[in-house]
Design a protein around this ligand. Structure first.
Ligand code: MGD
Ligand code: MGD
Ligand code: SF4
Ligand code: MO
Length: 669
């Protein structure tokens, strides 16, 4: 048979949401490449997805349901049929519901697939079951809360507008790893003469694309933004007309808050010299269209929402909001594109059930609780690897009385602790529709190859479980494609006038979203530097959880270009590119501990101990240690991975994770 080419979408949790061309030969995807017709992808993919066929047809794919046949965590299982697996789950859940109530069952899911149907297909089922609900706040709710405090529902500009900027600030984002296609626009801006500044805690690969790189003390970016605003005010560089007509509370803010953030104090708080602060402020004030691309890492701190909020105020002072090529880009807000309540079906809940924060899974599984969590159902997530406080989670997963089901493509750290493992399809084996948090494009993808082995999609699995539990609502009997058709038939202002034919052909289509940042969708209609609804009515610097912690080194749990959270560990080619599970430290900090490059070291704090291969790196300043990527324990030099060093504490607003707000020390192994 001659191979055929099909359009699809990258399903991973990445702002770029690339369009794929998949070459299919028989039952197999043999080649995957970037769709040249996709406006953001422009024909290129990242190193992970260039060989997606190696993930889809990996020999590590789970092919049948599995029943645990050894102690929890041992990874010993026996294959069983789907019928038996579903029957065992249904009967165990019936018993748990009778004994403890539905809330003793906890679903846990996040972002293995970003497709709107497959990602959300557990919601109606668990609502109908009366299970506990999960607060899905592991990623960047603090960033959203901070942005919202200032800008309300104001949309984000189109990312391609960065090409019209003359000063790009990549603020706390390693875009060369986490949003490679955004860098196309940055490159275009540079060719037109723009200057690029990067602000990070260590020298990431993105520094290669920047004219200037500022290394800042972790969690102190809010102070840097206040310092810039202090200088703008001091030097008469504020756009008076703009702030007097379009901004709420600037006068009071300038009179009472900004005086506290002179360059000397800000230098002490941030570790950035007052000279560099002055230079950045001058560059910012001098730019016609300064564009801030705001990452998420810098909001994963105890003060994270306040940091995002403070940075969001900065463009207001120079009137950059609404200027083509200027403003601030946190994420695109495309949530309104589809009527998601038609998928999540809150109306299936007989009464509102309790909500458990996903960042505190360790606590939820190990503390008594009313009722206690007696069953955990994990789908498209790998909490034993990616969630805070790995030791607490593994203690919980080891409980003999906890009934754990994991629906996965691979034998992950979490799946190893399951009582029953169900094999999941990959994105090429299932239909879905995708929106993006980094573009304004939507795209529909139909199944392009049959399921590998006996794997089933999230949607199909919940249909089976619903039937086994006697949920007779016809909702559970439709197919994913039928539900997508239903969503598309419902009107949405964001989709008005979009090209349905192109969407039907599987091409990316731009939403009709307004990306005009000159109308402020806030309660006052102005940019709210003063926000009376916030516990702190004005932005000011708040300390991090670990401002004065007991351990000497601040731990950066940063992304790697060769993985995505704990996804892609199945790929030998990508693990080889990373070399080993490393901890990067400065020569100064390594020397002070008699540690040498390449040796095995133990990083520790009150939560746990993790073995790493040490890399002494000039890219890392003294006082911090960097662990890039999330490894599976199977490939780690010791028994634990990076999140054994991360606490379950939450952000100031938004109940977010605080991955970067932790301290460690390091010793020889
Ligand atoms: N290759 C790859 N791509 C990914 C991911 C991945 O793991 N790998 N993850 C995906 C996901 S889930 C998300 S949410 C997105 C975004 O993923 P994020 O984790 O938000 O990644 P970035 O936005 O690049 O931000 C991380 C950067 O912030 C820096 N940083 C940490 N603390 C501070 C600080 O206090 N100040 C400053 N200025 N910088 C700080 C880190 O050193 C790091 O370089 O990326 C997605 N894309
Ligand atoms: N140290 C550290 N930890 C982090 C981060 C960090 O930067 N550093 N980032 C955090 C962030 S921002 C996020 S968003 C979270 C992400 O946390 P998760 O969303 O849990 O991340 P992944 O590791 O990608 O795990 C997704 C799993 O879903 C499976 N999967 C994929 N598709 C499907 C499907 O269709 N069905 C089913 N059933 N399974 C599927 C994959 O095989 C994979 O194992 O991680 C967080 N953890
Ligand atoms: S850049 Fe992001 S969206 Fe594009 S292929 Fe890579 S992981 Fe997928
Ligand atoms: Mo994320």
């Amino acid at each position: 048979m001659t191979p055929t080419i099909h359009r699809s979408v990258c399903p991973y949790d990445c702002p770029d949401t690339c369009g794929l061309l998949v070459e299919v030969d028989g039952d197999r995807a043999v080649r995957v490449s970037g769709d040249p017709d996709h406006p953001f992808t422009r024909g290129t993919l990242c190193s992970k997805m260039n060989r997606y066929e190696l993930t889809v047809h990996s020999p590590r794919r789970l092919r049948t349901p599995l029943l645990r046949s050894g102690p929890k965590g041992s990874g010993t299982f026996t294959p069983i049929t789907w019928e038996e697996a579903v029957e065992r789950i249904a009967s165990r859940w019936r018993r748990i519901v009778a004994e403890h109530g539905g809330e003793a069952i906890l679903p846990y899911s996040y972002a293995g697939t970003m497709g709107l149907i497959q990602r959300n297909s557990g919601h109606p089922f668990f609502h109908r079951l009366g299970a506990s609900r999960l607060d899905r706040t592991i990623c960047s709710p603090a960033k959203s809360a901070g942005w919202k405090a200032v800008m309300g529902e104001t949309p984000t500009v189109d990312p391609d507008e960065v090409a019209d900027s003359d000063l790009v600030i990549l603020w706390g984002i390693n875009a060369a790893a986490t949003s490679v296609h955004f860098m196309h626009g940055v490159g275009a801006a540079k060719r037109s003469g723009a200057r690029v500044w990067l602000i990070d805690t260590y020298r990431t690969p993105t520094a290669g694309a920047a004219d200037r790189t500022i290394l800042i003390r972790p969690g102190s970016d809010g102070a840097l933004a206040l310092g810039i605003m202090h200088i703008l005010q001091r030097d008469g560089l504020v756009d008076r007309e703009f702030v007097s007509t379009r901004v709420q509370g600037y006068g009071e803010f300038a009179a009472t808050i900004l005086p506290e953030y002179g360059p000397e104090r800000v230098a002490a708080l941030t570790g950035v010299t007052s000279m560099v602060i002055e230079e950045l402020a001058a560059a910012y004030a001098g730019a016609a269209a300064p564009f801030i691309r705001l990452g998420s890492g810098l909001t994963r701190y105890g003060n994270g929402a306040m940091t995002a909020r403070t940075i969001a105020c900065l463009p207001a002072l120079v009137g950059a909001y609404g200027t083509k090529g200027g403003g601030c880009f946190p994420d695109t807000a495309t949530g309104g594109a589809f009527a998601m309540t038609e998928v999540t079906r809150e109306d299936f809940m007989a009464r509102p059930t309790r909500i458990i924060n996903m960042n505190r899974l360790g606590e939820a599984l190990t503390s008594p609780g009313e009722p206690p969590v007696m069953s955990l159902y994990v789908y498209h997530s790998n909490p034993a690897a990616i969630a805070p406080d790995q030791n607490a989670i593994i203690r919980g997963l080891s409980r003999d009385d906890l009934f754990t089901v994991v629906h996965e493509r691979f034998m992950t750290d979490t799946a190893r602790y399951a009582d029953i493992v169900l094999p999941a399809t990959s994105s090429l084996e299932q239909s879905d529709i995708y929106r993006s948090y980094g573009t304004y494009l939507v795209q529909r993808a139909r199944r392009v190859i049959p399921p590998v082995g006996e794997s089933r999609s999230n949607w199909e699995t919940f249909s089976l479980l619903a039937a086994a539990l006697g949920f007779d609502d016809p909702f559970f009997r439709q197919s994913a494609d039928e539900l997508i058709d239903h969503l598309l038939a419902l009107p949405s202002p964001l989709r008005s006038g979009i090209d349905l034919q192109r969407l039907g052909e599987g091409r990316a289509v731009r939403l009709a979203a307004a990306t005009d940042q000159s109308r402020f969708l806030t309660p006052s209609g102005k940019i709210e530097i003063f926000n009376p609804a916030e516990p702190e009515p004005y932005p000011r610097f708040l300390p991090t959880h670990e401002e004065h912690g007991a351990y000497p080194l601040r731990l950066m749990t940063a992304p790697t270009p060769h993985g995505l959270n704990a996804s892609f560990n199945e790929r030998d080619d990508l693990r080889e590119k990373q070399g080993a599970m490393k901890l990067k430290m400065s020569g100064e900090d390594a020397g002070a501990r008699n540690l040498v490059d390449g040796e095995l070291v133990t990083a520790w704090n009150d939560l746990g101990e993790v073995a790493f291969r040490l890399e002494v790196s000039p890219a890392v300043p003294p006082g911090i240690a960097v662990a890039e990527g999330v490894w599976w324990i199977e490939f780690a030099p010791g028994e634990r991975t990076v999140n054994a060093l991360v606490s379950q504490r939450l952000t100031d607003r938004g109940h977010g994770s605080t991955f970067y707000d932790n301290r460690i020390d390091v010793r020889k192994r």
